[in-house]
Design a protein. Structure first.
Length: 305
């Protein structure tokens, strides 16, 4: 049986950090009943697919993203997997039939232009999202300020554009998932008893050259990071547990205490992660990321009463 897993590549995907994230979940998470799991920045969904497969006590999940093409992908995979697979097989066959790199590049640019036209139906739009994700440089997703996908051709000869088994496995798992498109704050309305939030927002850049947060035309700047922290405060005041990932600015620059000061009232852990998207190979490698939690702070307070 094929396990569900992310159906797209996504910068900052959490597949490599799953074990570390798992270790920092609430100690009683598996014993909680009728859990509602919410991801306001779903991205590639590595944590989502892991949690849904590992914890049967998650009875419902809500995912959100500001990128409408991405959330449409989740909807099509959930609701129309067979039709999507047929369409992906067609474009995969067309791509594989091309004999030269120049032909493949021309085809790629044609499909990128079609995708950017924003005039496609749901199946075609999602088909091209998959296609571009598999054939563009490094599988990146990046848009300009006009919202146009602008990643160059990746020179792949026979990438797997259609992975039918994964799409069907993901579709089955997504049946219990509600999909939202827009600002992260709208997910507050979905809170029920025993709700858990995991946040994986666009990371604060560690340097001007490392900035990669162009998943949508809307910028996620320091003001947005502060707004997210205030949202976490609302959750904490409501008795809702959350975990949040972000870049470790202090680990990169010993004087940059942006997150350490911002989340000073919460527990901050540092975990090791690999980053492979820098254009300069020597700047790829391991670095620390932050994990912020509110629930072990509460435990500590209770233990001191």
């Amino acid at each position: 049986m094929v396990k569900a897993k992310p159906f797209i590549k996504w910068v900052g995907g959490k597949g490599q950090l799953i074990e570390q994230l798992e270790a920092l979940l609430p100690a009683d998470f598996a014993e909680r009943e009728n859990v509602t799991y919410i991801e306001p920045f779903v991205g590639g969904g590595a944590m989502l697919f892991y949690m849904l497969q590992t914890y049967p006590n998650i009875k419902s999940a809500i995912i959100n993203d500001i990128n409408p093409d991405l959330t449409l992908c989740y909807q099509v995979v959930r609701d129309n997997p067979t039709e999507l697979i047929k369409s992906l097989n067609v474009i995969q066959s067309d791509y594989y039939a091309l004999q030269t790199e120049e032909e493949r590049k021309t085809f790629f640019l044609q499909q990128r232009e079609r995708f950017n036209s924003k005039s496609l139906n749901e199946i075609d739009n999602t088909t091209l999202f998959f296609f571009l994700n598999r054939t563009c440089f490094n599988g990146l997703y990046r848009v300009n300020k006009a919202g146009k996908f602008n990643v160059p051709f990746g020179k792949y000869i026979t990438p797997t554009i259609c992975d039918s088994a994964t799409i069907y496995a993901d579709s089955k798992l997504l049946q219990k998932v509600d999909i939202m498109t827009g600002d992260f704050e709208q997910t507050f309305t979905k809170i029920k008893e025993n709700t858990f939030f995991y946040f994986d927002p666009p990371y604060r850049p560690l340097s001007n050259t490392s900035s990669f947060k162009d998943y949508a035309k809307e910028d996620f700047n320091d003001d947005a990071q502060i707004r997210l922290k205030l949202f976490c405060d609302r959750l904490n005041e409501s008795g809702v547990n959350f975990m949040l990932s972000n870049s470790d600015c202090l680990g990169k620059d010993g004087s940059d205490r942006f997150f350490d000061d911002l989340f000073i009232d919460y527990s901050i852990e540092r975990v090791w992660a690999s980053r492979n998207v820098n254009a300069i190979a020597s700047k790829r490698g391991k670095l620390t990321e932050l994990l912020v939690r509110n629930y072990n702070c509460v435990d500590a307070l209770l233990n001191n009463l």
